[in-house]
Design a protein around this ligand. Structure first.
Ligand SMILES: O=C(O)[C@H](O)COP(=O)(O)O
Length: 247
């Protein structure tokens, strides 16, 4: 018996459209992003992959993508589980900065270290910065755990407890699980599922609004490495666009 897991990165956000590093800043979807979410839900419905439960972050671009996609699949009524552990990577002092300007200022090597290395976080964000999450009531329970910056390794560390304790039990119960999250929180999960090396994960980009389906065996290993995008051509094109951001 296989388990079915559907991953969905949120649709285009207002800051994706402006080419700004976003991280934990809680920006809205654009019209295009909303349409991508609806299309994602239609693809899920057409493939007969009706989710029984959805896991999302605490950020509106993922929450609203889940709502729009599930509505399009007529599954708007299923249970929702939310956690900060599914949030986008905290982008530290880069939050609110233009990706192209950052590349021009710091150069290709530093830009790519911050953006795609496994274990080099950007400089931390000051608590009094306008894009800080210190004092945001939704993170009040985190206390000292509230990140001020994160690398992908940090995201793996905070995502995996949610995977083990919340998502795996839902899969083992026979539920089709939708995870509506973010580019880098999904990269963290895919790294774990496909056991991608710390070096190779740099080359993996997840496009907005494109459902990615994993069938998992008893040991929660993918039966098809890398999973399967429901619209592979569009996903490949959109992933290439993510890869070239800032250029
Ligand atoms: O937080 C962001 O800026 C994006 O959601 C992900 O950005 P990246 O593809 O540059 O890591």
């Amino acid at each position: 018996m296989t388990h079915t897991l559907v991953l969905l990165r949120h649709g285009e956000s207002e800051w994706n459209a402006k080419n700004l590093f976003t991280g934990w800043v809680d920006v809205a979807l654009t019209e295009k992003g909303r349409a991508e979410a609806v299309r994602g839900g239609e693809l899920i419905r057409e493939a007969g992959l009706l989710p029984d439960v959805v896991h999302t972050s605490l950020q509106r671009r993922a929450i609203n993508t889940a709502c729009l996609a599930l509505d399009a699949a007529d599954r708007h009524w299923i249970p929702v589980k939310r956690s900060w552990r599914l949030n986008e990577r905290h982008y530290g002092a880069l939050q609110g900065k233009d990706k192209k300007q950052t590349l021009e200022t710091f150069g290709e090597e530093q830009f790519m270290l911050w953006r795609r290395s496994f274990d080099v976080p950007p400089p931390p964000l000051d608590d009094d910065d306008e894009w800080s999450q210190a004092g945001d009531p939704r993170y009040a329970d985190l206390g000292d755990e509230l990140p001020r910056t994160e690398c992908l390794k940090d995201v793996v560390v905070r995502f995996l407890p949610w995977w083990e304790d919340e998502i795996v039990p839902d899969l083992e119960a026979g539920h089709t699980v939708l995870v509506a999250a973010h580019g880098n929180s999904l990269r963290a999960l895919v790294k774990h599922l496909d056991q991608i090396s710390d070096e190779d994960i740099a080359g993996l980009n997840i496009p907005t609004g494109m459902p990615l389906v994993y069938r998992l065996d008893e040991s929660m290993r993918p039966t098809v490495p890398g999973g399967e995008y429901l619209d592979p051509e569009a996903a490949a094109e959109a992933a290439a666009a993510v890869a070239s951001q800032g250029r």
